[in-house]
Design a protein around this ligand. Structure first.
Ligand code: PEP
Ligand code: MG
Length: 536
């Protein structure tokens, strides 16, 4: 039995085999195989995955840079069909009885050397393409293409790091918990773990030798135990059963009101990022959706989701919530939520960079598509639209103007939409300071304490080294929250909290005293918080 200590980001116990996730591992190992035909079949499956990846890359590139510039991905697709290339790979597998990765690497090296030696400049340039396509094939062989195909049985995922775009692609029904070396307690990957009710640890370096071995993640003490002995395993199984019992007890609070003993009511909503989270919100008796992080729809895809795709999701969300309020936040991409097909440049300070509303206001094509989908969905239930990372009144006025134009466009096309409430996230000190003016322009505020803490304390929420400095209970942060609520109320806005702090039971009483109208938390926290509020 081996034990490792990390930092827990969600409490709970997970027990199961470890599955190691090594991304883009390009170091190819050679090994002997016994069944050449099975290995060739594995190669062809990887080839199909690579072809599908290239097809979506091609479509995305056509939209962004036009057909002529997107051609390269078509060329790569053609190379995947090239008979000489395929013959070389299968020949090596059969004659040398070695694994497909090695056969692809050898073929890639041979072909690119051959192209490099050609006189024709165009043909010489193909050397890089052969290398590229071989690397893609190897990645598909090693990792199954992407994180989405990694889990074939319930397992604890161990990785160096997990980006939000990788986390959303994991098969959640197969994920028991995860352990990573990098990542911070306030990152979106950590938030996803909490939303999915997954015990997770950070700060532990995964060892390839763990792959397939039984392990226990203890999200209370922050311990990972590989090859637990019988006594420890039994102890942890008991603890897990106790957790489940507690969860069952909380079920009694379903259908009960969220009200303090003195009769103070507060709305208890859920934070979600997908339709499956909406299911979890309903199972946990959420009174509405306080934050639908719409960017996760974009993160799950290989190209911009179309208006129809978005409309279908927003409509289903509203229909599933059966008349309860659904607050959808417009695209909040950038910083740690990076998407290849947006083609964003690397930035020195991404958290202070080109993100969220800044992208929407400068890429109106993307923004309008989302607003059209949202407005069209509004006839299926009470929809509120919320805008992230606001720092100025001008931004709110610009957003409102675009929304008005989109409404007029729909009217002209005879497409129905219903009245929608609009709100802004208060997650920058600037927004707090001008909250009186903002309140005059919108219907509600939702305080994003994750970013508000980051920007108020000048602490990068992504940096794990700063976790011990990241103090959302800092008096400056609490004062910002108090002021926002007071200014919102003074100008007719209702005010909620949708950052992670909303679920902090130590602050629930203080938030109620400040006058908060709504708390929006990850679905697994709803009933716990209702219990806390009913005890106050
Ligand atoms: C926040 O910043 O508090 C928030 C809710 O938004 P996100 O965590 O998605 O940045
Ligand atoms: Mg935020």
């Amino acid at each position: 039995m081996e034990q490792f200590t990390g930092r827990p980001i969600f409490q709970g116990i997970a027990i199961g085999p470890i599955r190691l996730y090594t991304k883009k591992e390009q170091q190819v190992k050679r090994y002997k195989i016994t069944d050449a035909e099975a290995e060739i079949a594995r190669f062809h499956r990887a080839r199909e995955t690579a072809a599908a990846e290239l097809a979506s890359l091609y479509e995305a590139a056509v939209r962004q840079v036009g057909e002529a510039n997107a051609m390269i991905f078509e060329v790569h697709q053609m190379m995947l069909e090239d008979e000489d290339y395929l013959d070389s790979v299968t020949h090596i597998i059969r004659t040398q009885e070695i694994n497909a990765e090695m056969a692809v690497a050898t073929t890639g090296d041979n072909f690119s050397a051959m192209f490099s030696a050609m006189e024709d400049e165009y043909m010489r340039a193909r050397a890089a393409d052969v290398k590229d396509i071989s690397e893609r094939l190897i990645a598909c062989l090693v990792n199954g293409g992407s994180a989405s195909e990694l889990l074939t049985e319930p397992a604890i995922l161990a990785a160096e790091d997990l980006a939000p775009s990788e986390t959303v692609q994991l098969d959640k029904s197969m994920l028991l918990g995860f352990v990573t070396r990098l990542g911070s307690a306030n990152s979106h990957t950590a938030i996803l773990a909490r939303t999915m009710n997954l015990p997770a640890l950070i700060g532990i370096r995964p060892d390839p030798a763990w792959n397939g071995r039984l392990a226990v993640v203890d999200g209370y003490s922050g311990t990972l135990t590989v090859d637990p002995d019988e006594e420890y395993l039994l102890q942890m199984q008991t603890r897990k059963a106790q957790d489940e019992e507690k969860r069952t007890l909380l079920q009694q609070l379903k259908g009960k009101e969220t009200v303090t003993r003195s009769g103070r009511r507060v709305k208890l909503y859920a934070n979600v990022g997908s339709l499956s989270d909406i299911r979890s919100a309903m199972e946990n008796d959420a009174e509405g959706i306080g934050l639908f992080r719409s960017e996760f729809l974009y993160l799950e895809k290989k190209d911009f989701p179309t208006e129809e795709e978005q409309f279908a999701i927003y409509r289903t969300a509203l229909e599933n919530m059966g008349g309860k309020k659904v607050i959808i936040r417009t695209l909040d991409i950038g910083a740690d939520k990076q998407i290849d097909y947006f083609g964003l440049e690397r930035e020195e300070n991404p958290a202070l960079g080109y993100r969220a509303i800044r992208i929407c206001l400068t890429r109106p094509d993307i923004f309008r598509t989302q607003l059209r989908a949202l407005l069209r969905a509004s006839v299926y239930g009470p929809l509120s639209i919320m805008f992230p990372m606001i720092i100025s009144l001008d931004e709110v006025l610009a957003v409102k103007e675009i929304l008005e134009e989109v409404k007029q466009e729909l009217t002209a096309q005879d497409i129905p939409y219903a009245p929608v409430e609009i709100g802004v996230m208060i997650e920058t000190p600037a927004a707090v300071m001008i909250s009186e003016q903002l309140a005059a322009e919108v219907d509600f505020f939702s305080i994003g304490t994750n970013d508000l803490t980051q920007y108020t304390l000048a602490l990068d929420r992504q940096n794990p080294k700063l976790d011990s400095f990241y103090d959302p209970h800092h008096p400056a942060v609490l004062r910002m929250i108090r002021e926002t609520i007071a200014n919102g109320h003074a100008h007719g806005c209702w005010v909620g909290i949708c950052g992670e702090l909303g679920a902090d039971e130590e602050l629930t009483e203080a938030f109620l005293e400040m006058g908060v109208d709504e708390l929006s938390v990850s679905p697994p926290m709803i009933l716990r918080l209702r219990k806390r509020i009913r005890e106050l």
